[in-house]
Design a protein around this ligand. Structure first.
Ligand code: SF4
Length: 330
């Protein structure tokens, strides 16, 4: 039997998942489950690089696990685990820290962004985040990482760290490759910035149809289309990008054509999107409700995930220890 390549991907338990998370990485993660050995992590230590409330953390981890499973991560196929329960993530991160030049971290775009967003909370973890991310991936010797395109600089840094480790201590880790989803990024309702909880521009996976409509109906479209009688430019419209993520070809073609000839207004176009988006979200919401009512079952799955993840991580660390010359007397 040919060994399956390993996949790792993580999502921070930093609040409810939104359709940007779902389209950007999660759909891809779901589709990979039959072909690869997938390890999906709820990366709680990453969520500590910004101010957080410990009381909310536990609930956020639970919610994140429920979101993953409701959306289609199947724990009988994939490993679903919580980062902090497998201590090898942070152990390996320390070792990688010792071979990672600070200059590599200072040039990471998200560090610059977060530094600007939280000037009074520029902590070491914020700078070091990509090293922990590298560790999350390579502690499982993962070869494939489904990511949104905004994560590409982080993955490139992981590859650089891997090359450096392998050249210093001998081949240990494969260089992981990015796998992008078909629609890599949908912007927030403002049509300007990435969908993000902190920017309050999201549609959440658990929102009712009415709530989604309230948001969609006021969402920014092609800014040059001022009136219904103006022809629009679908390719410059974030609503059309959402159509490409949620609608079937017939509706996508119809909206594109009617937009270009001013045949439909933006509200009509958004109504079609609403129906298609909610068709996909409704079963996820039902499953989410069932899982939320069964806490023990969710915790059991996370415990099993921890066990399966640890088996691989322990093996990797024994290889790493041997390579760097520590713990040989254990
Ligand atoms: Fe965007 Fe649709 Fe309006 Fe065209 S009709 S600008 S695609 S919302």
């Amino acid at each position: 039997m040919i060994a399956q390549k390993r996949v790792f991907s993580g999502i921070q338990p930093s609040g409810r998942l939104h359709v940007g998370n779902y389209v950007g990485a999660m759909r891809k993660m779901i589709s990979l489950q039959d072909e690869y050995y997938c390890i999906y992590g709820i990366v709680d230590y990453h969520a500590m690089t910004v101010r957080f409330d410990p009381k909310e953390m536990e609930e956020s981890i639970f919610d994140c696990a429920v979101d993953y499973m409701a959306a289609g991560i199947d724990p009988t196929k994939s490993v679903l685990m919580v980062q902090s329960t497998v201590s090898q993530h942070t152990e390996l991160a320390w070792i990688l820290n010792t071979i990672t030049p600070i200059s590599w971290l200072l040039r990471v775009p998200t560090f610059k962004e977060k530094r600007q967003q939280n000037p009074d909370y520029v902590n070491m973890g914020l700078l070091d985040y990509p090293v922990l991310m590298a560790s999350d991936i390579i502690v499982y010797k993962a070869e494939v990482v489904p990511v949104g395109d905004d994560q590409l600089p982080h993955l490139e840094l992981t590859r650089e760290i891997v090359r450096r480790f392998n050249s210093l201590f001998g081949y240990t880790f494969p260089e992981p490759k990015a796998m992008l989803g078909e629609v890599t990024r949908i912007l927030g309702l403002d049509g300007n910035f990435k969908m993000s909880k902190s920017l309050d521009n999201c549609i959440y996976l658990d929102e009712s149809k009415d709530e989604i409509w309230k948001k969609l109906s006021t969402a920014v479209t092609d800014v040059r289309r001022k009136r219904k009688t103006d022809p629009g430019n679908p390719e410059d419209c974030n609503i059309f990008t959402m159509h490409k993520a949620f609608s079937k070809k017939g509706d996508i073609d119809y909206c594109a054509h009617e937009c270009c000839v001013a045949g439909i207004g933006c509200l009509d176009c958004k109504k079609i999107l609403l129906e298609n988006m909610y068709k996909e979200l409704e079963p996820i919401q039902k499953k989410r409700h069932e899982l939320s009512c069964n806490r023990e079952h969710v915790y059991d799955i996370l415990k099993q995930g921890q066990k399966r993840a640890e088996e691989i991580a322990v093996e990797t660390m024994s290889d790493v220890h041997a390579k760097i010359g520590v713990k040989s007397f254990h």
